[in-house]
Design a protein around this ligand. Structure first.
Ligand code: MRU
Length: 345
């Protein structure tokens, strides 16, 4: 994800996104400056994964307001409109609202629309740069959790496609690789949108990290086999008590990891922690359209019109989590005070 300025002042410009729905077989770059197109790209998962959704929203705010610098009142109205369009594009990843709040806070008291756009753009760049640094720091903190020769399981896609840097959970494997560790990564395929097979397997191959792809239903047998030494997953929203929303299927893996005595770690920047929600029952869970389950690439794979339950995320209770790795270190139970201290340091 990149911001492409169209003039030397840095704006007007547009966001450039690698369309993740076309990977791994096609490389299509989207160039978007229209807020409805950016919202649509987030909704249909052309850009996806909590950190990069936040970064895209931050630059999307700039894209949406940059041409509306006439009067302060018109600018404020446009800002509210664009904010609402982006904020409601997906409900679970808290990084989206977090990034928009942070950008808006950066222009508090700014009365001149032109300088407000400059400040919004600077804030979006800062969010992006901080995310890149956070990825590297999380990778460093998690290194002691790895062993050369070890096999690890991950779920969904958490690499460089979803962040400004090496990624969150996937970034841990990259940092292990950079440290010379010999790792094997098992990746679930992640029905129905196949973020695991289309994106994680693709990134593993690109990085030269040995791995296996497994059907989601094989995770239990794999964890039972004793082959896996640790599970690393990302997060879309972490409640104040450590309960963690992540891609559907994560909770089942966490229960199975507990049953098999396998450590289960969440890796996410502090921007994914939502201190306003006391526990995971309050996290909004996105329901996705039925046709994602009833069809595959346009081919029907179920009875037309059959009822579908298609939550995009589930919530793993904090009691199943061995540690939460953020850019500030590894939070351990009790997660409430540990996460609060990560947020305040
Ligand atoms: O629906 P998606 O593909 O956006 O879901 C993404 C995930 O669940 C990721 O695991 C999560 O955002 C962490 S990405 C660093």
């Amino acid at each position: 994800m990149a911001w492409a300025p169209d003039d030397e002042r840095g704006w007007p410009g547009h966001v450039e996104l690698l369309d993740q729905t076309r990977l791994p077989h096609e490389t299509v770059v989207l160039r978007l400056s229209d807020v409805l197109e950016i919202r649509d790209a987030i909704r249909r998962l052309a850009v996806r994964g909590a950190p990069v959704i936040g970064i895209t929203a931050a630059f999307g705010l700039v894209a949406g307001v940059q041409a509306h610098t006439g009067s302060a009142a018109a600018f404020a109205a446009r800002l509210a409109h664009v904010d609402e369009r982006l904020r409601t594009s997906r409900p679970t990843a808290v990084n989206l609202g977090w990034a928009l709040d942070r950008c808006r806070a950066a222009i508090t008291g700014c009365r001149e629309p032109g300088s407000a756009v400059d400040r919004l753009l600077a804030e979006a760049h800062a969010i992006r740069a901080e995310d890149e640094a956070a990825c590297a720091a999380m990778g460093r903190h998690a290194l002691p959790l790895l062993r050369s020769g070890g096999c690890y399981l991950t779920h969904c896609n958490t690499g460089r496609l979803v962040a400004a840097g090496i990624g969150t959970a996937f970034g841990v494997f990259v940092s292990g690789q950079h440290a010379g560790l010999d790792l094997t990564v098992y990746a679930g395929e992640v029905r129905p949108l196949l973020q695991g097979s289309r994106l994680t397997a693709f990134e593993l191959r690109e990085r030269g990290i040995p791995g296996y792809l497994l059907p989601d239903g094989a995770a239990g047998a794999l964890l039972q086999s004793g082959r896996i030494e640790g599970v690393f997953v990302g997060a879309d929203r972490i409640a104040a008590n450590g309960d963690t929303a992540n891609k559907i299927g994560t909770y089942a893996i966490a229960e199975l990891a507990r049953a098999g005595g396998v450590p289960f770690h969440v890796v996410a920047p502090t921007s994914t922690i939502d201190p306003t929600l006391s526990d995971g029952s309050l996290i909004p869970i996105e329901q996705r359209p039925a046709d994602e389950v009833l069809t595959f690439r346009g081919t029907s794979v179920g009875p037309d019109g059959f009822a579908v339950w298609n939550p995009a995320f589930d919530v793993t209770p904090a009691r199943l989590i061995s540690g939460i790795v953020t850019e500030r270190g590894i939070a351990r139970a009790p997660f409430g005070p540990a996460l609060a201290s990560h947020l305040s340091s």
